[in-house]
Design a binder for this molecule. Structure first.
Ligand code: SF4
Length: 318
């Protein structure tokens, strides 16, 4: 179902509202009304996407997300080590300094192309931990991927702590397509984003939506639009084994919705609703910035598609 259709949006609103209450409770009527109004306004503002999974965007999808949505994207963990210790971090603890390609631990970056090719992947996100703690490993993987006969698109996910001018220049020279910054890890400090704009046309910010940071998020959206940053990706704040104690301690509560069948995490209440408000705000006032909501429902859809593709692929030796 697309937000462009003329269908009644109330089913989606009830579903979203139910997902914004304490476990076992019924959604508050005011919240149902609020989400219905938000979806109606989003549609009127030209927001597009899939309302059933809450996969919505204002102007356009980031190029790296298109293959991912088709189940043809993958994360390549450069290292589990990090410069930060964010309360929402879902990385496995204790952290390990290992390279993992599409879920397969490997001892050498030169193994990456073989795995990417076998699974027919078209986009790769180099992530961590903080991948730039291992810059030579990042560059070795990047060069190996870009030397493939049909090289995939490669995005780098970083908190920006180590993104200096010299390293950004080397990454650009090695063929990196885009950099995505987790600005929430640095209290929404956009200094690394500004620096990266000097080297890359495509720079994005990708963050979990922390509802208590709403005002800071609005200010960040204004700043990103003024900087000419093309994309902001929003995720729902979620609970998993490696962050639940700290996320709950910050005041978040799990959604009332059932545990997603294909995921081992659970979305929190209020984050989706806050994300919808931010989408609307951006749709109404941004001149160039496109905001994309990649919700837990989106992740579940991607996971299902990726799983089907993985089952069809030939086995890969570890
Ligand atoms: S910067 Fe990213 S990987 Fe590092 S602690 Fe924060 S969320 Fe985790």
């Amino acid at each position: 179902m697309s937000l462009r259709d003329d269908d009644d949006l109330s089913w989606y609103a009830r579903r979203a509202a139910r997902a914004c209450v304490e476990p076992g409770a019924e959604p508050e009527p005011e919240r149902v009304e609020r989400v219905t109004a938000l979806l109606t306004l989003l549609r009127a503002a030209g927001v597009r996407g899939d309302a059933a999974s809450m996969t919505l965007f204002t102007r356009g999808l980031p190029p790296g997300c298109r293959s991912c949505l088709a189940g043809r994207g993958s994360n390549l963990y450069v290292t589990g080590l990090c410069t930060r210790d964010c309360f929402f971090c879902f990385n496995q603890k204790p952290r390990k300094d290992e390279l993992v390609v599409h879920g397969i631990p490997v001892d050498d970056p030169s193994r990456a192309p073989e795995i990417i090719e076998r699974f027919g992947l078209r986009s790769v996100g180099l992530s961590g931990g903080e991948p730039l703690l291992r810059p030579e490993r990042v560059l070795a993987v990047l060069k190996a991927l870009k030397a493939m006969a049909h090289p995939p698109r490669v995005d780098l996910y970083t908190n920006g702590d180590l993104a200096d001018e010299n390293l950004l220049r080397r990454l650009k020279g090695a063929g990196l397509d885009a950099v995505r910054f987790d600005a929430a890890a640095r209290g929404y400090d956009l200094a690394p984003v500004r620096l990266a704009r000097r080297f890359f046309d495509e720079v994005a910010v990708e963050i979990p939506v922390i509802p208590d940071d709403r005002e800071k998020l609005e200010r960040m959206i204004t700043e990103l639009d003024a900087l000419g940053v093309p994309y902001l990706n929003l995720h729902e704040l979620f609970l998993c084994a490696d962050n639940s104690a700290r996320v709950l301690a910050e005041g978040a509560r799990p959604k009332d919705a059932a545990q997603p069948a294909h995921l081992t995490w659970r979305p929190t209440a209020r984050s989706l609703e806050c994300a919808l408000e931010l989408l609307l705000s951006a749709a109404q006032r941004c001149l160039t910035l496109s905001v994309y909501l990649c919700s837990c429902g989106t992740q579940e859809t991607i996971s299902r598609r990726g799983l089907a593709r993985r089952r069809r692929a030939p086995a890969v030796a570890a």
